[in-house]
Every structure is written in structure tokens, then in C-alpha cells.
Ligand binder design. Sequence first.
Ligand SMILES: [Zn+2]
Ligand SMILES: [Zn+2]
Length: 358
Amino acid sequence: MRAAVLHEIGQEKLEVLDDVEAVGFGPGKVKLRIRATGLCHSDVSAMSGILPQPAPFIPGHEGAGEVVDVGDGVSGLSAGDRVLVCWLPACGACPSCKRGQTQLCLAGFMNAGTPNFKRPGGDVFGFAGTGTFTEEVVVGAGCAVPIPDDVPFEIAALIGCGVTTGLGAAINTAKVEAGSSVAVIGCGGVGISTIQGARVQGAAQIVAVDPVASRREAALRFGATEAVAPDELADAKQRITGGEGFDYVFEVVGKSATARTAYDHTRRGGTLCVVGAGAMDDNFQVNMFELFFDEKRILPSMYGGGDVLRSYERAIALWRAGRIDLESMITHRVRLEEVNDALDQMRTGESLRTCIEL
Ligand SMILES: [Zn+2]
Ligand SMILES: [Zn+2]
């Protein structure tokens, strides 16, 4: 079958091959036919080595498709079911799951070190234990979450990562209050979802911050009340908050420099919510005096910061009610053979989300 493979960490281009096989099918597993997959920034970060990932590997963790085959012992799924791919499946039994924080369950990550694919040259890993830039993939049953019939595959794919991450940061983690002031630094797919979450929560002002003009324009269509380049943020803080700082600032880039900017533009007692996934050697610094004296809340948010399945359901409910716009987030559509175009569109900031149709 066809799949897009990265041979070595640090390479910029994927190679689309047709000699890849999905492996590992058996008890507790399901085989999926992927129909649509989004390109998430984490895929690019894994390719460049910012996020840890063994190679060669098949990127993609934001996917949806149909169940082809169900292993022994799997209940609640059967061939033909429409599902989205959850890259962080909940085991249901660990302390995090029992607290309802299934976004912190590590049980599924045990599979991330096991190859999901093979080809004549040897084993091939799947990113984050999934790997959706492929026609078929075998995953644990918990990674296959049934979706209602009215949710198109391309919408379901986005809910599998970017939308859940961004919406959840605003709703679950920061719990944005009605009437508050918000700034969102970084307006790709996750940042746009954060803006939509802040709007759903009733924020009065939502300032989108991004160096790319097309993303700033897009942010205004998704609920930002104004959009500025990074060097205009200090002025926006002065104008909108009287210099005090925003009630909430979301860092959706994954760099210590932008996290520090976000901290500096958060009001005393306000909330800095860190959504971006960054590198292990990039350290965020605050001094002990400001940490104490300014009482700013620093809240990281992983995969929506709450129960993952409930976050999916809420995203679907909000989409169905017309309260969030997911269709317009897909700015580009490509075939698997054009996956490198999708990577370019992400690196230049031209796309919010590129959907790869399979
Ligand atoms: Zn992602
Ligand atoms: Zn668990």
C-alpha cells in the first residue's frame, strides 16, 4: 500500500512509497483504512527532531477513516465503522484516567516504540504510535473512536488533534471567562481553534498575533476581534487593557521566546496558557520574584487539557450547532503524492490546515 515515509530525522521531504505494509494486527487491535488526514505542526516538529520520534517513520496523527478488521477481544467496533484516530488512547485504568484526565494517560505511548509498519528495507514506525499518512494502519482499539454519520472524515480528522487541542485550551484549561480579554500568539490550526474556543466562552476581546498576514486575516474570520503582527502586540496591550495586560494569553507556538512574550503580556493574576509543543532543550525562564509577586497562572494544556472523548463530543456538538467553523479551517486539499506541497504550505504559514485525502 501507499504511505509517505521519512527516512531520517532532519530530512525535509517525505517519500511516497507503495511497498509499505501495516503490521501488528491481533488481539485488542483494529486495522483502519484512512480516508482523510490533517497535517499538524507536530508532524513537522517530529520530522525535524524537535519532538522525539524513532525513524524511519510515517508522520500523521490527525486522521479518520473506516474500520477494516477487528482483532479478538475488541468490543464496540466492527468492520465498516467510521472512526477518528485518537493518538493518545485512554486505558481507563491508570490514576490519570480515573481522575478524568485522560489526556495524561501514558498507556498508549507504550506502543509508540513499536513499529506499526514494515517494508522490504525493514521496520517503519508510525508517529506517536499511529502514522496516518498511509492507506492503512493498525492501532489499539482505544485509538479508534466512532464518529456520527454526519461528521465528514476531514472534519473528524481535525477533531482528532488540532481542534481538540485548541478548543480545550480555552474551555477546559484556561476556562476563559465571559467578557474577558484574550491574546492568542500563533494562528495556525490550533491557534484558530483556540480563538474559536475563546469566542464560544464569550471573551470580549480576542487579539490574534501572527507574523503571517494571511493567518491574521483568517483569524478575524474565526472570531478574533483584531489581529496584529508580533511587534504590534505591546501597542494592542496598551490600547485594549490600559497597559495592565490581557486576562488570558495563549502561547500556540512552542518556543520559550514566545512563551516569555506571552507571560509579559498577561496581566497580574491573569493566565498564561501554554499550548505549543516545544523542544526539551528550550527552557522557559521566570524569576522567583515575579513568579510570586505577579501571581500569574501558568497553565500548560496538553491535547485539550481534559477528558479526550468528552472533548471530541463537545467539538462535534459545537460544530453541528454552527457555533464553531471547522470546514473553513481546511484551506488546502492534496493527494498523498502531493504531501510535500502540504509541508511547504505549513512551513510558510500559507495554510491553516491542509487535508490529505486518501
Ligand atoms: Zn497534532
Ligand atoms: Zn490511562
